[in-house]
Design a protein. Structure first.
Length: 350
C-alpha cells in the first residue's frame, strides 16, 4: 500500500513485540487510542500522563481488554520543565532504549496562563514541553526509532508572533493554539533536517488527527466558564467529528508504517482533512520555513536550557548564519545547561 492510499487501518499496524513506546497524554482522547493499539500489537507502552490517576484507570482498562497489555503510567507535566526532567530520568531507569516517542499531549484555546516556568501555557505545553522531553530522551532512542509530533490543521491559522511569542502584550486563545501547532510542525521539519545532517538513523514523522471528538474541545470552554462555547463544542463534536480511535490513525501510521520517511506528515484524506483515512498530507508554506524553524529551535533551547542536535551540523541545515536569527534581546545560549530556564525564558521573550 502506498503512502497516498486510503483505508490504512489499525489492522495495518505491524507487530511491535520487543518495542518500547512512550505516548504523552495517554490518559485521554487520541493518546488512549494510540496506547491501546500499540499495546495490542505487542509494544511495551509507557503512558506519560499529567493526571496519573486517570492514567492508572486507563491502564487498568487496557489490561482488562487485553490481558497481555504491557502498559505503565509515568507522571509527566509538560507545563513544568522539572517534571519533564523527572519523567525522562524515570524512563532512563525503566528502559534501556526507546523505539517510539509519540509527542501527543496538548491543550487548546484556553485563557492565558503561565506554565510553572513562566511560559505561555499553550506554546509551553504543546511545543516547549515536548521539545524538552525529546532533548532529554534523544540519547535513549534506538537506531530505528521514530519521534512522532502531533500537530493540527489549526497550524494553518497560526503564525509565530516573534515579538510577543508568550502573548504578554496581546493574547488570543485561538491564535495562540495555532501558533503552538505551527511550532509543532516547524519543530518536526527542523528535527528531521537535524537528524539527517547529524547522520542519525532515527526518523521524525508528524501527524494530525483531523477533527476527533475528545476532551480537547471541552477544556477551553470549562476554563473560560463559557456555557455557550461548551454547547457549540458539544454539537460540533457530535455532528462533525470522527471518533478518537479514527483520529489516532494518522499518529499510528506515522509511528509504524514501514514506508514512512523522516519529514513525512500524515492526516485524514477527507474534505479539508477533517475526517478520513490517514495519508500523506500537505501543510502551510510557513510550516516549512527553514529560517523560522531555526529561530524557534534557538528560542526553544533557551527556554528549556537544553541543547538538542545543535553543533557543527547546524550551519548546513538551518539555512542561517550563527548570528542571523535571534533578536537583539535574545539570550546567549552558550551556558544553557547551567542557566535557570525561567531566567533565560524571560530574557529570550521580548
Ligand atoms: N481532537 C482533535 O480534534 C484534535 C485536532 C487536531 C489536533 N489535535 C491534537 O491531538 C493531541 C491530543 O489531543 P486530544 O484530542 O486527544 O485531546 P484530549 O482528549 O484533551 O487529550 C489531551 C491529553 O493531553 C494531556 N495534557 C494536557 N496538558 C498536559 C500537560 N501539561 N502535561 C501532560 N499532559 C497534558 C491531557 O491530560 P489531562 O487529562 O491531565 O488534562 C490529555 O491526556 C493534541 O496535541 C491536540 O492538539 C487534536
Amino acid at each position: 500500500m502506498s503512502l497516498e492510499d486510503s483505508r490504512w487501518t489499525e489492522a495495518d499496524v505491524p507487530r511491535l513485540d520487543g518495542k518500547v513506546a512512550l505516548v504523552t497524554g495517554a490518559n485521554g482522547g487520541l493518546g488512549v487510542e494510540t496506547a491501546r493499539v500499540l499495546a495490542a500489537r505487542g509494544a511495551r507502552v509507557l503512558m506519560a500522563c499529567r493526571t496519573v490517576a486517570k492514567g492508572e484507570a486507563v491502564a487498568e482498562h487496557l489490561r482488562q481488554q487485553q490481558p497481555d497489555a504491557d502498559v505503565q503510567v509515568l507522571a509527566l507535566d509538560l507545563a513544568d520543565l522539572s517534571s519533564v526532567g523527572r519523567c525522562a530520568a524515570q524512563v532512563q531507569e525503566e528502559v534501556g532504549s526507546l523505539d517510539l516517542l509519540i509527542n501527543n499531549a496538548g491543550i487548546m484555546a484556553i485563557p492565558r496562563r503561565d506554565t510553572a516556568d513562566g511560559l505561555e501555557m499553550q506554546l509551553g505545553t504543546n511545543h516547549i514541553g515536548h521539545f524538552a522531553l525529546t532533548a532529554r530522551l534523544l540519547p535513549l532512542l534506538a537506531p530505528e526509532a521514530r519521534i512522532v509530533t502531533v500537530s493540527s490543521q489549526a497550524h494553518r491559522m497560526g503564525w509565530m508572533a516573534w515579538s510577543d511569542l508568550m502573548g504578554q502584550r496581546r493574547y488570543d486563545k485561538w491564535l495562540s493554539y495555532g501558533q503552538s501547532k505551527l511550532a509543532n510542525l516547524l519543530f518536526h521539519f527542523e528535527l528531521d533536517r537535524r537528524l539527517r545532517a547529524s547522520g542519525a538513523t532515527q526518523r521524525a514523522v508528524a501527524a494530525h488527527p483531523g477533527y476527533a471528538a475528545t476532551n480537547l474541545q471541552h477544556v477551553g470552554p470549562q476554563l473560560s466558564g463559557s456555557p455557550r462555547e461548551a454547547k457549540l463544542m458539544r454539537l460540533a463534536n457530535r455532528y462533525l467529528a470522527q471518533s478518537a480511535a479514527h483520529g489516532a490513525l494518522p499518529s499510528l501510521r506515522a509511528a509504524t508504517d514501514p514506508k514512512a520517511q523522516g519529514g513525512d506528515y500524515f492526516g485524514p484524506d477527507g474534505f479539508w482533512e477533517v475526517r478520513g483515512w490517514p495519508v500523506l498530507v500537505g501543510h502551510a508554506n510557513r510550516a516549512g520555513d527553514v529560517a523560522d524553524a531555526a529561530r524557534l529551535w534557538r528560542h526553544s533551547e533557551a527556554w528549556t536550557g537544553l541543547s538538542l542536535l545543535s553543533g557543527a551540523a547546524l550551519t548546513q541545515t538551518a539555512g542561517s548564519s550563527d548570528s542571523e536569527d535571534l533578536d537583539a534581546d535574545d539570550v546567549d545560549t552558550d551556558d544553557r545547561e547551567t542557566e535557570a530556564p525561567v531566567a533565560m525564558a524571560r530574557a529570550a521573550t521580548p
